[in-house]
Ligand binder design. Structure first.
Ligand code: P6P
Length: 339
């Protein structure tokens, strides 16, 4: 038995570290030194947030921060802490010129070190806040674009670029293990944090959606808040699709399961307050665009539920929300035809 454990521990060291992976990536893309170093920065941020979330209950950093954000959502202490971590760390590395965040009304200047930086980054620093206090998986989502010349680095237009212009996108999922899933546009790769080593190790390379979907993810309680058409879609998923329902309420966790097992996630526009107008909940710039980038790299597709590919949409504002339908192309296309 000891022999098996010994060889298994050696086997773990045989997995590529993120650093080794990035060196191989650079050999093929010598122009992406800064972008590769930026991914390394994001991995460091992920390690730090993972450490905080793993001991949140002990470190007394659970619960509400006692304020609401630009989304008019109650901010959790860990939301704020994650947001500050992203800002502070990226200010010192100088790899990005400006940062947009779910927790920031406007883009944030990344200081003198970033004044000539070639990239801008948008974050959902900690997605799934409602699950923080109950020990359910949460995540950090990031989207990187090339900085636009001729306009201020903190000009909102830096972030109103189409999703297919992203040069790096991904998420870090803080679950039973901490995984970093990302793409430079040449495949989706997963790295798992070896807490003992303090290293992200390559765990899945060139991830691809299974050809058959297994799950559907939707908050069924919204049935009364969606338009008639989306009711038909939700009923089809429940009663006719043959898929099994799985819904965690953290986009990163629901997306990650469906990426690995096959499935679709749908968050239609809702009229939750009976105002007569329907609106999306999820944010285009720092939730939907990065997820759409990843799913297309893995062989799937993402739309706004109205036939528009998320990656082809030009955002109109920094915190724009819209409907979301993402997963196996065959199922997404079937749902889009339910009109
Ligand atoms: P609901 C978390 O607050 C979040 O932004 C996403 O992570 C998640 O998919 C969605 O909202 C859950 O929303 O209305 O089902 O609780």
């Amino acid at each position: 038995m000891l022999g098996v454990l010994y060889f298994r521990s050696i086997a773990m060291l045989s997995s590529q570290t993120l650093t080794q992976f990035l060196l191989h990536h650079l050999a093929k893309h010598p122009d992406q030194i800064t972008l590769s170093l930026l991914l390394s920065d994001l991995a460091t941020i992920g390690k730090a947030i993972s450490q905080k979330t793993n001991k949140a209950g002990i470190a007394k950093i659970l619960g509400s921060a006692g304020k609401t954000n630009v989304q008019d959502e109650e901010v959790q202490k860990l939301d704020m802490l994650s947001n500050e971590l992203c800002k502070e760390y990226l200010t010192q590395t100088g790899r990005v010129a400006a940062l947009a965040s779910e927790e920031e009304d406007m883009p944030v200047d990344m200081g003198n070190a970033g004044k000539d930086a070639a990239y801008v980054i948008a974050f959902d620093p900690l997605d799934g806040s409602t699950n923080i206090d109950v020990n359910v998986s949460i995540g950090t989502i990031f989207s990187v674009h090339k900085r636009l010349s001729g306009i201020e680095r903190t000009d909102e237009r830096q972030f109103l670029q189409q999703g297919n212009e992203q040069v790096l996108a991904g998420y870090i999922l803080y679950g039973s293990s901490t995984v970093l899933v990302c793409s430079f546009g040449d495949g989706v790769h997963e790295f798992t944090l070896d807490q003992g080593l303090g290293e992200f190790l390559l765990s899945q390379e060139h991830m691809s959606l299974p050809s058959n979907a297994k799950y559907y993810s939707v908050n069924e309680c919204n049935m009364k808040y969606v338009c008639e058409n989306d009711q038909k879609r939700m009923l089809w998923l429940r009663d006719e699709s043959g898929l099994r329902g799985r819904y965690i309420g953290s986009l990163v966790a629901d997306f990650h399961r469906n990426l690995i097992k096959g499935g679709v996630f749908i968050y239609p526009e809702i009229d939750g307050k009976n105002t007569g107008t329907y609106a999306g909940k999820l944010r285009l710039n720092y939730e939907l665009k990065p997820m759409a980038f990843l799913i297309e790299q893995a062989g799937g597709v993402a739309t706004n539920g109205k036939g528009d590919n998320i990656l082809d949409m030009t955002p109109k504002s920094l915190h724009q929300r819209c409907g979301f339908l993402v997963g196996n192309t065959s199922v997404v296309e079937h749902i889009e035809k339910i009109v």
